[in-house]
Design a protein around this ligand. Sequence first.
Ligand code: HEM
Ligand code: HEM
Length: 121
Amino acid sequence: MGNRFLRLAVIYVLIGITMGIVMAASHDYTRRPVHAHVNLLGWASMALFGLWYRSAPAAGETRLAKLHFWIHNIALPIQMATLTMYVYENKAIEPVLALASIVMGIGFILFAINLWKHTGD
Ligand code: HEM
Ligand code: HEM
């Protein structure tokens, strides 16, 4: 699971820095929270997950790791798309954004459980 996380993480950072450059060039910072979380949930968090799963291959092969991978990678694009709609004043989308964020949070809980289980004492 480590390599899968890392491969997607580098794609997210390419998207994230492109958004940063476009934002800086246009002086339009409306999408700042989207840029921030594409980079932080897509790049920083996923790269950390990937590096840790590579350091603990047994943990990376569990059903918990697979579930974590899919939850994170299904929730993230929905969360970023609905956050973009939200910052462009589509406030009605908020429940979907909230749900995707909660699902994302559940993914982090699964990761925490896996890490605690596999880090011994
Ligand atoms: C070429 C690369 C990047 C460019 C050009 C860029 C550009 C920007 C710009 C223009 C802003 C808005 C600043 C403002 O509102 O005053 C911003 C905010 C932010 N960026 Fe980037 N960024 C880049 C890469 C990254 C990366 C790699 C990360 C995280 C790993 C990151 C995390 C953030 C965060 C967290 C904020 C919000 C900061 C705040 O709330 O003050 N950025 N970035
Ligand atoms: C389910 C996951 C997450 C949710 C729902 C969430 C939610 C939020 C919200 C509501 C804000 C305030 C946005 C604003 O006022 O513009 C925020 C800002 C921020 N969050 Fe998160 N966050 C999550 C994960 C993370 C993670 C994992 C990191 C770091 C690795 C992070 C770092 C930040 C930073 C640096 C800011 C300030 C950026 C800005 O001003 O745009 N967040 N987050």
